[in-house]
Every structure is written in structure tokens, then in C-alpha cells.
Design a protein around this ligand. Structure first.
Ligand SMILES: Cc1ncc(COP(=O)(O)O)c(C=O)c1O
Length: 448
């Protein structure tokens, strides 16, 4: 069985609770497909073998082959505008019938408009864009660009962080589930402890983290970049404004580029278009992905400073689907939908509603330790005892399966944090429904 340190990113797929789910909740037709899936796909932590088989997705829901619908509070963070948004589906169908691919050396109007739109949303001189199909490769591009700009190859990142599954991304990531059996990683990475704001008891270690950051910056002369998620997505760690302002200042002092990874959390998830806007700072390179493709097309990007546009003689991100007309149409339309449907404002209203609902749940269920959230990204930490640091790992898994049984899907991060990330277009009715399912599951755990 995979050990508890494998649970940082998400829940795992070989536990007794998973076996019980497969025995009790899965019908014959599903079982047959799950077996076939497990026969032909390479097994790996966090995916194959799977727990159900989907046939549809719409708005905030995914639907399995028996017609059961799950409110998807996981969605791999691609579902800001919900699944299968009709406007996006129509635009993509039209795009497919005109320019479905753009060969290298040619450009296309939709890609140009997409880059222009991304640049228009960013502050100051952050107006240079490079497109790429996935988040991990945007991290790779950012790391390469930082090396080229600074002439320094080292990078500082956080333990327990996730920046993608490619070899360069796991080299700067801090989760062991991605590194075991893999051997030597990219050299020059200094990982430091992250600014965790809660660990069962209130313990603010941001100042320690900043001290450490400055120490490493001052000792290691070859550091060119500091890479971090503005807000850590997995277990929803939200640094303070003073943390980010100070970290930005340290980067400026030591001539180090700040790369912010907002792949899962940009585009309204936190109530702002970009999470760095909460902090009154700006990155030198911003990495975007996931929801940028509107939940349909794989699409990612980096946005960086005009002044770094100095490396026309090397290839920083030579990916086959670079100026993808479909990806660009998906990105452009997603940004349009976020604006037209006033989604940022909606998310802010939803945040107040969830905040209140969460404090009621916290009051009612002693198993809930800390609850952290911003916009429509929430982490509910489950503990054996509020005064201890002990994680309620088994209970978290039971609650997840109980919620799945009742039609609510989310992931469990760090072993004990229920991560709630619904589609941003979710109705108040569906939000309420999800909270009721969660409340029921939390109540059921007491009587076990
Ligand atoms: C914070 C963060 N960075 C990078 C990535 C990698 O993105 P992709 O899976 O598109 O390569 C992810 C994906 O989960 C992520 O959550």
C-alpha cells in the first residue's frame, strides 16, 4: 500500500476504502470498463486504477455511465467556466472547421488576439507571451527564461510544492510521490520549508520562511529564480500580504526573478483574475494553464516582461501545438466568458456565503481543524484533536467516499485536507447541495 507521504498531492487509489467503494458502489458494466482501463493503462499513483467511468460533463457536473451525476469540486482545476460551456463549444466547432492547426513559421489571428488579451490583463510591462500545451512545460519555459535573463542556473522552491510532472517540474517540486524510483533530478534546486499557516495548532512560520529565503539568497550566488505558487492549491495555503511583499522585495534586492505558478488558481478561482493581485505585487514570470483551455483544450502560457524579449536566437518553448488556434480560441473565449458573466464578482459573493457556511460546519463538527479559503478554493483540514497536530487521515478518506456516494466529488490533499474547488459558474442551489452532502458525511463519521 502507498504510504502516507504519498498523499500530499491527492488521495490515493490502493487503500481498503477504495476497495470497499469498488465492491459496494460499482455495477457490473462499470466494473468491466474499470478492469479494461486497468489492463491497458500504465498504473500510477493518483490515477489508474480509477474509481468510476464517465460518459458526460456539463456545467459543474460530471456524469457516470449509469447516469449518476457528481458535483465536481475537483475538476483538475480546469473548470472555471464549467464543463462544456455552450459558447465555447460553438466557437471551437467553428474554429475546427476553418483553421484547426497552425504549422510552425505561420501565425494566426486567434493566437495573436489571445496573446494581446493576456497582455492586456497584466500590469506594467508584463506583456510578452509564450504559449504551450500544458502547465509543466510552462514551468520549464519559465525556468529556462530565468536562466537566460539572469545568467544564473539555480532556483529556490518550496518543499511539498507541485509544479507539474515532467522531470524539470518534479525537480523543482517538493512532493515525494513524483520522485521515488526516478534517480537524479535537475541540479541547482534549493528547496526551503513553505510558509504553512496552520498545522493542527496555530503556528505562523512565515517569518521563519522569509529568514530562510534571505539566508539562501545571500549564500548561494548562482540563484536566478524563486518559484512558488502564489496560493498553494493542494491544501489551500494562503500566505499573508506581508509575506509576499517581503519575498518580492528580497527577490529585487538579490536580483532574482520571481516566477509565480498560478496554473490551477488563476482566472477567477480566488476571486481575482490572478491571485497575485491580492498581494499588491507582480511576478517577473507568470505561469498559467489548466482552465485557460476552458476545460476542453489543453492550453497553458507564460507571461513575462517586455524587457526579457532578448533571446530570439534560442528556442525557449518549441512545442508542437505552440500557437494552437483551438487552444487560443479556448483561452480567448474563456476570458470573454469570465468577463461577460461577471464571474469575479459572483465568486466574491460565493466566498462570503461559503465562509459563513464553513464556520457553521466548523462549529458543529469537532473533527474540523482549520478551514482556509479564498474565492471558490477551500481547504477543510480534518484533525483528530484540535489541540494536537495529528491528521485525521482515515476519517478524511471515509468522508470523501461518503460524499462520492452522495454525488459530491473532491480530492483529499496532504492526507487530511478536503479540497473544495467547484466550477466558478456553480449555482447557489448546487453550492448548498454540496455543503449539505459534506455536512451529512461529517456527521456520519461520528457514529462509525
Ligand atoms: C500548481 C501546479 N503547477 C503545475 C501543474 C502542471 O500542469 P499540467 O498538468 O498541465 O502540466 C499543476 C497541475 O496540477 C499544478 O497544480
Amino acid at each position: 500500500m502507498q504510504s502516507d507521504n504519498k498523499r500530499t498531492e491527492g488521495d490515493i487509489n490502493d487503500t481498503p476504502a477504495r476497495e470497499k467503494w469498488l465492491n459496494n458502489e460499482v455495477g457490473d458494466a462499470t466494473k468491466k470498463l474499470l478492469d479494461k482501463d486497468a489492463r491497458f493503462f500504465l498504473h500510477q499513483a493518483l490515477s489508474t486504477p480509477c474509481l468510476d467511468v464517465l460518459k458526460g460533463c456539463e456545467g459543474p457536473y460530471v456524469e457516470n455511465i449509469s447516469g449518476k451525476k457528481y458535483l465536481d469540486f475537483h475538476g483538475n482545476n480546469v473548470h472555471q467556466i464549467g464543463f462544456g460551456h455552450p459558447k465555447l463549444v460553438q466557437r471551437l466547432s467553428e474554429q475546427m472547421q476553418t483553421l484547426s492547426f497552425s504549422t510552425r513559421r505561420y501565425t494566426n489571428e486567434v493566437a495573436i488576439n489571445f496573446a494581446e488579451k493576456l497582455a492586456s490583463l497584466m500590469p506594467s510591462d508584463l506583456n510578452r507571451v509564450l504559449l504551450t500545451p500544458n502547465g509543466s512545460s510552462s514551468i520549464g519555459i519559465a525556468l529556462k527564461l530565468a536562466r537566460a535573463v539572469t545568467g544564473k542556473y539555480k532556483v529556490v522552491s518550496f518543499w511539498d510544492s507541485f509544479h507539474g510532472a515532467s522531470l524539470d517540474a518534479i525537480s523543482v517540486g517538493g512532493e515525494s510521490v513524483f520522485r521515488e524510483h526516478i534517480g537524479p533530478l535537475m541540479p541547482g534546486v534549493e528547496r526551503i520549508p513553505p510558509p504553512i499557516t496552520y498545522r493542527g495548532i496555530f503556528e505562523d512560520n512565515e517569518s521563519k520562511c522569509l529568514e530562510y529565503l534571505e539566508y539562501v539568497f545571500s549564500k548561494e550566488l548562482d540563484i536566478g529564480a524563486f518559484l512558488a505558487e502564489t496560493v498553494r492549491n493542494t491544501d489551500v495555503q494562503i500566505p499573508s500580504k506581508s509575506f509576499w511583499k517581503e519575498a518580492r522585495k528580497l527577490c529585487d534586492t538579490y536580483g532574482i526573478l520571481l516566477i509565480l505558478d498560478e496554473i490551477p488558481i488563476a482566472l477567477g478561482r480566488t476571486g481575482k483574475m490572478f491571485a497575485f493581485e491580492h498581494y499588491d505585487i507582480e511576478p517577473d514570470i507568470l505561469c498559467l494553464g489548466k482552465g485557460l483551455g476552458g476545460g476542453i483544450i489543453p492550453q497553458a502560457a507564460i507571461i513575462t516582461r517586455d524587457g526579457y524579449n532578448r533571446f530570439g536566437d534560442i528556442s525557449l518553448g518549441h512545442y508542437t501545438h505552440e500557437k494552437s488556434p483551438l487552444g487560443s480560441m479556448a483561452g480567448l473565449t474563456t476570458l470573454e466568458i469570465l468577463e461577460e458573466e461577471n464571474i469575479l464578482e459572483k465568486v466574491k459573493n460565493d466566498e462570503s456565503f461559503i465562509c459563513e457556511a464553513m464556520s457553521e460546519l466548523q462549529h458543529k463538527h469537532k473533527i474540523i481543524g482549520d478551514v482556509r479559503g479564498l474565492g471558490l478554493l477551500w481547504g477543510v483540514e480534518l484533525v483528530k484533536d484540535r489541540n494536537s497536530k495529528e491528521k485525521a487521515v482515515q476519517a478524511a478518506e471515509k468522508i470523501m467516499y461518503e460524499c462520492l456516494k452522495n454525488g459530491l466529488s473532491f480530492k483529499v490533499s496532504a492526507g487530511n485536507v478536503l479540497q473544495l474547488a467547484p466550477a466558478l459558474i456553480i449555482s447557489r442551489h448546487d453550492l448548498n447541495k454540496a455543503l449539505q452532502i459534506l455536512d451529512g458525511a461529517l456527521s456520519s463519521i461520528k457514529t462509525d
